[in-house]
Every structure is written in structure tokens, then in C-alpha cells.
Write a protein that binds this ligand. Structure first.
Ligand code: DQA
Length: 145
């Protein structure tokens, strides 16, 4: 099974930005951790990040025909990117939306996700472990159970 993990704006600043909300783990360390977890689950992952909306759309489009699942943290774009919603709908690859923080316990504007309707579901508030939960969720989804 091949999963593409897509991270949106400012996720590359993990370990630097608002540590009380997003934790101390750096983006590089998180990627290493996710690679290890993917190995344990015997799946292949590829992790990408961009601060640019159109590049995120390109990553989603380029996944077409190549990946069995997408894990996406669209970051701030979650709350207003119709382009990302449309791209996820266009490729039709099973996707899980992940948020490191609990977006439902923060500002009002973070409670609304315009991208999640194109996903199987959303994981929010479990820190970087949320990406591992999403991997397991996609593996289970793929198994048809
Ligand atoms: C985030 C939550 C978003 O509201 C925010 O804009 C982010 C990160 C999260 O992972 O908790 O940049 O997606």
C-alpha cells in the first residue's frame, strides 16, 4: 500500500511555531518518526510539504494512479481552500484529514473545514500521532473491514 502524506503551510515550522499548541517535535523528526511507523505497518509513504496552495493541488493531482491513500494536513487552507477540496474530489483517492491540534477547541474559524467533505474523515487533537492514526485508518479502510 502506498500513501502520500501532504502537509500545508507552516507545517515545516513544527518545533519552532507555537510549541504549546503544536509540540516540540521538528518537521524533520516528525518525518523520520512517520517513516519508522510506516515500516512497522509495512506500507510505503512519501511525505511532501508546501506553503503554496497550487503546489498542494499539484501534489494531489500527481497522486492520481500512483497512491492508494492520501493523508493531508492542509493547515490554514483547511478553512478556505475550495481548490484543495476540488482536487481531492477530482482524484477520488481515499483521504484522511489530520490536524495536530484540536481545531474544534480553538478559534471559531478553525472549526470549519471546507476540505473534509472530500475525505473519509478527520483526526484532530492527537498531535503528530494523528498521522499514524490516519495510516492505520487507511490500511483498515483498504482492507474493506
Ligand atoms: C493545523 C490547524 C490549522 O487551523 C492551522 O492553520 C495549522 C495547523 C493543525 O495541524 O492543527 O496551520 O492544521
Amino acid at each position: 500500500m502506498k500513501i502520500l502524506i501532504i502537509n500545508g503551510p507552516n507545517i515545516n515550522f513544527l518545533g519552532i511555531r507555537e510549541k504549546s499548541i503544536y509540540g516540540n517535535t521538528t518537521y524533520k523528526k516528525m518525518c523520520e518518526y512517520l517513516e519508522e511507523e510506516a515500516k512497522k505497518s509495512e506500507i510505503n509513504i512519501n511525505i511532501v510539504q508546501s506553503n503554496v496552495e497550487g503546489e498542494l493541488v499539484d501534489y494531489i493531482q500527481n497522486a492520481y494512479g500512483k497512491y492508494d491513500g492520501i493523508i493531508i494536513n492542509p493547515a490554514a487552507y483547511t478553512h478556505y481552500s475550495i481548490a484543495i477540496l476540488d482536487a481531492l474530489k477530482a482524484v477520488g483517492i481515499p483521504a484522511v484529514e489530520v490536524h495536530i491540534s484540536n481545531v474544534h477547541s480553538r478559534e471559531e474559524f478553525r472549526k470549519k473545514s471546507v476540505t473534509v467533505p472530500a475525505c473519509i474523515g478527520q483526526i484532530s487533537g492527537f498531535g503528530i500521532y494523528g498521522y499514524v492514526m490516519a495510516m492505520k485508518g487507511l490500511i483498515n479502510y483498504n482492507s474493506g473491514v
